[in-house]
Design a protein. Structure first.
Lengths: 576, 277
């Protein structure tokens, strides 16, 4: 994967406005146009809980190489209007080098932003839009930002055409408004440093949630049960149109208890199955995940994490579902927990989760989060990775078939309904090798051993973690913290601190021997995570016997982890 | 010398496993198991093409006592499991079975939505108006004055009316049976399976241990005096005004069963095109 480094220039834009002002559309088009012009980039969405009329911000970062996280500051803050924009003050850091573009007709720049000492550039977005029949201020804003980013106006026009399906007058008005915005910016006489552009052959633009959906179908998922929940819904919506085209089915369930049990039923029928949710839904699913462990039924659950506990902060990111993912099932219930380490990696990790679930006959939980799921990145077309995914089935069923037969690998052939001679009852009750309910100590121990040993013996290949760089210190992290950590390590190298990056993709079962190997010669590690209580740090302390000194930096959401704050921790904790 | 051997038809016994049920002697569920095997013999479907899905409770133990594919899941979630299985494998005969606590209390929401989703499966509830496996607590169908340790003097609550709820929620076939009449029950199960869409069969199945009073049911049941109707309003009036012991098919509707969305087939490369710039 291409890495962003501190040496690379990047440009960061924040577009704010009240809900319905079209800031997301403008941000989306800006990213699209930049990608067409040969840049890479990232766009994330930030909004209040309101469906309409609340505040919204599109955050766009453009760079000559792939970027997976935002920087420490924004070069440009553009407000279509200032209604409730102050709520974003912590999320959109600006400084004296930044530009603040506001419509003078919408009032003065709020104190929350004006205090930064940024250069204020008034542009009458609304007045310009008004002169164009059907013109809208957000398209004027697109022209303004496109000009600042040094994008060709034709690339912007192309992006508008690609987004506005309807064409006709609306398309013409949007284009005209965009050109007017670009002209107004040129007239203002303010510019930004130019970004180096690279070629863009074979580029994709994809969100983490779409990537997870694609990874699911690439892995072979053909049944999905869906219950909507922020911020996971886009996975389900994307799958609802993709699955029927691939011969699969999506069913909308009445609740998460139903959705996971539907997935289990379909998978018992031999069809690889998945559901996606967020924290509150995951809480409801844990009982049935235990059933899938006991009955050895493969399923994939994608949890797009948001701030918790309870309803928490549905539209903002946090890594605090780690504990429930690891420990949420009652009984001794070994299962798989994996986490993508970037927006793009949502594809590979979900595909890998399908592979692990199917081959090990076990539930696999994918821990994505809002910041990855709802961000859109420009990236090189991902490689076609293929896993040898094949469920071990009893076809034909042998005589005296035993569904839960004890085997050296711990994996036993699963008879799929319809197979003659394979009749058995899948059960959440502890059972004998034949599957009959048993409360005998010997059966319990044998089946506990079976379920644990198949996971212990599995080949997790090189995908268990991303390991980058050299050094006698290391940063150990996971999930969406990986990208800002990578950027921080690059910066720290310039300060003379050489640190390895170790980002765990496989969170359970724990891999102490492999991590110890990855940490050979390392004298101190810094653990980085986005939780209030240090869930990941505590997990490492309990499941891994690490020989080195450990330091930790953890804090909760909703504000994203910034490279700068991680950089200062690296310098403080790992230098010397 | 035999030149041609006619295939041996399946007997009721071919659908029964050799496991000894956990049920108490005299439990109505033995007769429901018998009725089920008789029904399967009438249908002559090979046992491996039938799946019996259940939740938790005495009656939910039934899958392992059949010789069909079985699924004994968690409490209350039998219908979602059956739904997923039937949608993924529409060629199977899927029968979901369980009790009144499993189906109407912890699984109540799934009952409503399974009725309205109208997937082509059969839901067979053995109603004994008590939680038997946990030793005698009131269920949603228990009479309000039934005395128990958990609800001394009774719950005082109006019993749930499964048949009316099924009808109102969109079930396409509604019937009531009595375990004491295994042949009649078998006939209802056959009709339920043959009828397209979601079929609901409530089977009064006495709990001799915690509800010995239910021995009287044998004297109280009687065949429905009228033919089944496809008019839900008419069926609702009959069900709401009968004495609760009216046995037979009470509603057989003609709503089209659930059909999953179909689309023009595409390759993975075509699917991925939308992401290319």
């Amino acid at each position: 994967m291409t890495q962003a480094s501190a040496a690379i220039q990047s440009l960061s834009f924040a577009i704010v406005g009240s809900g319905g002002a079209g800031v997301m559309t403008a941000g989306h088009m800006l990213l699209d146009a930049a990608a067409r012009a040969g840049h890479y980039g990232l766009m994330s969405r930030s909004s209040g809980p309101q469906i309409r009329g609340g505040e919204a911000a599109a955050l766009v970062r453009l760079a000559p190489a792939a970027v997976e996280s935002h920087g420490d500051r924004f070069d440009v803050l553009l407000a279509v209007d200032w209604q409730n924009a102050h709520r974003f003050a912590a999320e959109i850091p600006i400084d004296a080098r930044s530009l603040v573009i506001g419509d003078p007709g919408e009032g003065a720049v709020p104190e929350a932003f004006a205090g930064a000492g940024a250069r204020i550039v008034p542009i009458p977005l609304k007045a310009i839009a008004k002169k164009i029949a059907g013109g809208r201020p957000n398209m004027v804003a697109l022209g303004v930002l496109g000009a600042l980013a040094g994008l060709d106006a034709d690339a912007l026009a192309h992006a508008i055409e690609a987004t506005l399906q309807k064409g006709g007058d609306a398309l013409k008005a949007s284009r005209t408004a965009m050109y007017a915005g670009a002209a107004a910016m040129a007239e203002a006489g303010v510019s930004l440093p130019r970004l180096a552009a690279k070629r863009s052959n074979g580029c994709w633009a994809i969100s983490g949630n779409e990537a997870a959906g694609l990874g699911a179908v690439r892995g072979g998922i053909r049944f999905v049960a869906a219950y909507p929940i922020t911020p996971a819904t886009e996975i389900l919506e994307w799958l609802s149109s993709a699955l029927p085209r691939l011969g699969g089915t999506l069913v909308q369930a009445e609740d998460e208890l139903a959705s996971i049990n539907m997935a289990i039923g379909a998978s018992y029928g031999g069809v690889p199955s998945l559901t996606a949710t967020s924290g509150p839904g995951l809480s409801l699913m844990t009982e049935a995940m235990g059933l899938a462990v006991a009955a050895e039924i493969p399923i994939v659950v994608v949890d797009v994490m948001r701030g918790g506990p309870s309803t928490g902060i549905p539209t903002k990111s946090e890594q605090s579902d780690l504990n429930i993912a690891l420990y949420g099932l009652h009984g001794d219930a070994p299962h798989i927990v994996v986490a993508p380490n970037s927006v793009a990696d949502c594809l590979l990790t979900t595909q890998w989760a399908v592979h692990l679930a199917e081959t090990l006959q076990v539930p696999a939980l994918v821990l994505s989060d809002q910041s990855m799921g709802q961000s859109r990145v420009v990236l090189d077309r991902p490689a076609d990775i293929r896993f040898a995914t094949k469920r071990l089935v009893a076809e034909p069923a042998p005589e005296n078939y035993r569904r839960y037969a004890l085997t050296p690998s711990g994996i036993s052939p699963m008879a799929v309904p319809g197979t003659r001679g394979g009749v058995y009852t899948a059960d959440g009750l502890e059972h004998s090798e034949r599957g009959t309910p048993s409360s005998q100590a010997a059966d319990h121990l044998a089946q506990l051993d079976k379920r644990a040993s198949k996971l212990d013996q599995a080949d997790y290949s090189r995908y268990w973690a991303e390991i980058e760089g050299e050094g006698d210190v290391a940063v150990v992290t996971w999930g969406s913290c990986t990208a800002p950590v990578r950027e921080a390590i690059d910066r720290a190298r310039e300060d003379g601190v050489a640190a390895r990056l170790i980002s765990l993709r496989l969170l359970a079962p724990a891999q102490p021997a492999r991590l110890a190997e990855a940490l050979a010669e390392v004298r101190r590690i810094l653990v980085i995570e986005q939780t209030y209580s240090g869930q990941f740090y505590r997990y490492l302390r309990s499941a891994y016997d690490l020989p080195c000194e450990m330091r930790v930096f953890h804090r909760p959401g909703p504000l994203p982890m910034r490279p700068g704050e991680i950089h200062s921790k690296i310098v403080k904790e790992l230098a010397v | 010398m035999n030149l041609a051997i006619a295939p041996t038809p399946f007997s009721a016994n071919d659908y029964k496993s050799d496991y000894k049920p956990v049920w108490c002697p005299g439990c109505g569920d033995y007769s429901v198991l018998l009725a089920f095997t008789k029904a399967m013999a009438q249908l002559q479907r090979p046992p491996e093409e039938i799946a019996v899905v259940s939740g938790i409770g005495c009656s939910s133990r039934i899958p392992a006592y059949t010789n069909c594919y079985g699924f004994h899941g968690v409490h209350g979630r039998a219908l979602p499991v059956g739904t997923g299985l039937k949608v993924a494998r529409p060629e199977l005969t899927v029968i979901v079975a369980g009790g009144d606590g499993d189906g109407f209390s912890i699984g109540g929401n799934h009952f409503l939505h399974a009725c309205r989703r109208n997937i082509d499966l059969t839901y067979m509830v053995m109603d004994n108006r008590v939680y038997g496996m946990t030793k005698g607590q009131p269920s949603p169908t228990t009479e309000p004055d039934w005395d128990s340790a958990l609800a001394p003097g009774g719950t005082g609550l109006r019993p749930f009316h499964p048949l009316v709820i099924a009808l109102a929620s969109g079930a396409n076939f509604v019937a009531r049976g009595f375990s004491g009449d295994p042949n009649g029950c078998a006939d209802l199960i056959v009709q339920a399976i043959k009828h397209p869409g979601f079929s609901f069969v409530e089977i009064l199945s006495p709990c001799v241990t915690f509800r010995p009073d239910q021995r009287e049911w044998a004297k109280m049941v009687h065949p429905a005096a009228v033919n089944p109707t496809d008019d839900p309003a008419r069926a609702a009036r009959r069900i709401m005004t009968d004495d609760g012991f009216n046995i037979g098919v009470l509603y057989a509707g003609n709503r089209a069963p659930f059909r999953p969305q179909v689309s023009t087939p595409a390759t993975m490369a075509e699917i991925e095109k939308e992401f290319a710039l």
